[in-house]
Design a binder for this molecule. Structure first.
Ligand code: 13P
Ligand code: SF4
Length: 305
């Protein structure tokens, strides 16, 4: 306890000294969220990075988030709290397949979920996050959509936009995929009054059993505004920290025991302190890839606004 208090104090002092700002995603540990200057979903964090006055960003999240912050702000220093915190889904698509699909279809847009490497983004037309995917894809002129890497989010968006034709890719998030419909049914039986709030990276059978589907921030906002008192949460357990902060009188239940992203949980206060002290490891993106991957991100910001 005192150790944590001491660490927090050192982090605050170092932050001042280095003129740095700390950004964190809702899936990192609560104690890391507590010392961050800003916590948000992927969309908020990518938009925010452009508006900050500080020249150094300490990023508490997985690689693709730091990469987006860097390519949107090439002049700033982006330091990753943990350079090995990486999202496996970000690698679950192939450039060769993108090129193949482009040849096969006319009138096609390659839509890339932000949970992807810069290289995949560099070969895409537009990025989306879970909070703006429907809006952004609806606003695209192309009729055919190749959605990478996440199949579940792709299918969810496709269902809302029957006027488009979708081609899917078989990427997935192992954390959300491990939330099973039969376990959700059991949780609903145990908590019949609870509303079910779900992230669109979950499988379709889980989405069907849900009262609300949205990004991490949208789930938190929904729970905060809802008249219900109990909720079953189908996303990574990191969101429970902010849910409880904002709603001390409401109850939040998980579905099973596996709502845990091991990569997000690599980030500790100790590592944040080290990052602030050394300003390492710095996020570096190849210049050509950075230029190319910036375009679909900027297009997302334009279409989602
Ligand atoms: P959002 O916070 O944008 O909903 O992202 C969820 C996620 O899986 C990030 O890795
Ligand atoms: Fe990737 Fe899933 Fe972890 Fe998000 S929760 S970083 S999508 S593995």
């Amino acid at each position: 306890e005192t150790n944590i208090e001491q660490l927090k104090k050192e982090i605050l002092e170092l932050k001042e000294k280095q003129d740095a700002v700390i950004l964190a995603h809702y899936y990192v540990d609560g104690e890391v969220q507590a010392i961050a200057d800003y916590v948000g979903d992927s969309y908020f964090l990518s938009k925010l990075a452009i508006e900050l006055k500080e020249q150094t960003i300490i990023f508490c999240g997985v690689s693709f988030m730091g990469e987006s912050a860097k390519v949107l702000n090439p002049g700033k220093k982006v330091v990753m709290a943990d350079e090995f915190a990486d999202c496996p889904m970000a690698h679950m698509a192939e450039v060769a397949k993108i090129e193949e699909v482009r040849k096969e279809w006319d009138d096609i847009a390659v839509v890339c979920y932000v949970n992807s490497t810069s290289e995949l983004k560099a070969h895409s037309d537009v990025c989306v996050t879970s909070s703006n995917a429907i809006k952004v894809v609806r606003n695209l002129k192309a009729k055919n959509i190749y959605f990478i890497p996440d199949e579940n989010l792709g299918r969810y968006v496709a269902e809302q936009l029957p006027e488009k034709h979708f081609i899917f890719n078989d990427g997935f998030c192992h954390v959300h995929k491990s939330i099973h419909a039969d376990e959700l049914l059991k949780a609903k039986e145990a908590h019949p009054e609870a509303e079910v709030l779900t992230h669109p990276e979950c499988t379709g059978d889980v989405l069907e059993l849900s009262d609300f589907i949205g990004s991490t921030s949208q789930i938190i906002d929904y729970a905060t505004e809802s008249a219900a008192k109990e909720f079953i949460i189908c996303t990574e357990m990191g969101v429970f920290y902010e849910l409880a902060q904002k709603n001390p009188d409401k109850k939040f239940y998980s579905v099973g025991h596996r709502q845990f992203c091991p990569n997000m949980k690599k980030i500790t206060l100790e590592k944040v302190k080290n990052a602030l002290e050394t300003l390492q490891p710095e996020m570096i993106v190849d210049l050509e890839i950075a230029e190319k991957s910036c375009k679909p991100l900027e297009k997302m910001l334009e279409l989602a606004a």
